[in-house]
Design a binder for this molecule. Structure first.
Ligand SMILES: [Zn+2]
Ligand SMILES: [Zn+2]
Length: 146
């Protein structure tokens, strides 16, 4: 379930579709994670982040019978903003939880300046176009999907 947000830049006519929310596949992904299959996470995050998660998962497995992995993961596609570029990107907001109460939040970096992204707080039309940097973004479509 989630939200669709289509924007157009009135300067360069670049159109963007933002798909936000949580996908149909989320249940399947959660089941796989419970079984210790981290391949979905591996596809989402950078190599160094994945190494950190694998290490956490491994440390969490100490003294546990095989098969009990104790890893779960919440994720939700959200708009993230880069404060210096004033642009938004869609990323999965991923929080990994381990049985020992440790959590790990995946951090995202801006594709342009590599700065740390935060969850977007402004309406999307107040951000700049990622192509031409003008602030003439207009929402041309909004919807809900499930
Ligand atoms: Zn940036
Ligand atoms: Zn533009």
């Amino acid at each position: 379930m989630g939200q669709l947000l289509n924007t157009i830049c009135q300067e360069c006519l670049n159109e963007k579709n933002h798909v936000l929310g949580i996908g149909q596949s989320s249940l399947e992904i959660s089941m796989n994670l419970l079984k210790g299959d981290l391949s979905w996470i591996e596809k989402q995050v950078s190599k160094s982040t994945f190494e950190k998660i694998k290490l956490l998962e491994k440390n969490n497995q100490k003294d546990k019978p095989p098969g009990l992995r104790g890893v779960s993961c919440d994720f939700y596609a959200k708009l993230f903003e880069c404060k210096s570029c004033n642009t938004v990107e869609v990323h999965n907001d991923i929080v990994i939880r381990l049985d020992n109460d440790e959590t790990f939040q995946v951090k995202w970096n801006c594709g342009e300046c590599n700065g740390l992204l935060c969850i977007a707080e402004k309406p999307i039309n107040e951000y700049a176009c990622s192509e031409c940097r003008s602030t003439l973004l207009k929402v041309i479509g909004e919807g809900v999907w499930d």
